[in-house]
Structure formats: structure tokens, C-alpha cells
Design a protein around this ligand. Sequence first.
Ligand code: K1U
Ligand code: ZN
Length: 173
Amino acid sequence: MAILPLLTAPDPRLKRSAAPVEGVTDEIRVLMQNMLETMYASAGIGLAAPQVNVLKQVIVFDVASANDKREPYFLANPEIIWQSETTVMGEEGCLSLPEQYAEVARPERIRLRYLDKDNTVQEMDADGLAARCIQHEMDHLLGTLFVDHLSALKRGIILRKLQKAKKLQPAPA
Ligand code: K1U
Ligand code: ZN
């Protein structure tokens, strides 16, 4: 298993859309496992394949890991089949926008359909942090970042900070 390199904003590759998988094969299961390891290694609660430069509709999440437990989920081709009209504000971070956080409005509850690790169609209801994390990860599959939900002013401030931080980084050997 492997820790995969993460793309960080502003990187135009994060703005691309991912394609559905034809099925959850051994290759996709290896990707899912490597994504989970990468997520845990970065202290994240979710990760989407485009963040590791793979344009496939695959996400992993584990909101229990925020409380030092392990309850990982592996999803391919996720679709939201119902969402509450009620929206809630909540703070979001992103491993592709290091050290940047902002309040984002999202539907409070969702129901989704997806393929699990065994290539079986499943449905899941989610609320709270899980609903927020799943919606954030599904945004990545469309090339959308949490800053795209903010005003142009707030988005510009965050992206300029990240650009500046990248310029200060030493060039890779
Ligand atoms: O980059 C990512 O997509 C992962 C991101 C997921 C996420 C966090 C918070 C709200 C919505 C989606 C992260 O895990 S960033 C790390 C982080 O902010 C966090 C870590 C532990 C608990 C709570 C937040
Ligand atoms: Zn993210």
C-alpha cells in the first residue's frame, strides 16, 4: 500500500471532472486503500480521487477518525438521490487547500446511492459531519472546491495565500 502525493490549490488539475468507474475491480480497491492511507496520514476525514490526480469517481471517508476511531467508507460513482431543503453552515477544511478553513452552507441531510468496495449497489443516509464530508468529496469529483461556495472576495483571499505559500516552498529536488 502507498501514500499518494496530493494536488494542492491553485492547481488547474483540481478543476477537472472525474469519470464513473465501470465497476469496482481489484485496481479500484487498491486505489481506495491507498487513498484511505493517504487520508489517515494527512489527518483528513475524507479524500476524493481527483485530489491524488486520478480522474475516477471514487471517494473515501471516515468521520470517526476525528475521534481516533476507525470506520472507513469506500464509495464509487456516488449519487445524491435526496437532499433536505434545510441547509446548515459548517466549517470546512481541505487537504488540497492546506491550513485554510471557511463556513460553507450545505443541505443538512442526504441520501446517496453508490457502489461499495465489493461492487454492490448500496444506499446510505447521512447527516452531520458525514453529510458535509460526503458533499465536499462529491464536489471534488466535479472539479469544485469549498472556496467555490464562497464570495469572490473570500475565495480570492484564500487562493492568493495558497499561491504565495507555494512560491515560498523550496523547489522539489
Ligand atoms: O480534502 C478533503 O477533501 C478532506 C477534508 C474533508 C472535510 C473536512 C471538513 C469538512 C468537510 C470535508 C478534510 O478532512 S480536511 C481536515 C479537516 O478539516 C478535519 C479533520 C478532522 C476533523 C474535522 C475536520
Ligand atoms: Zn477537499
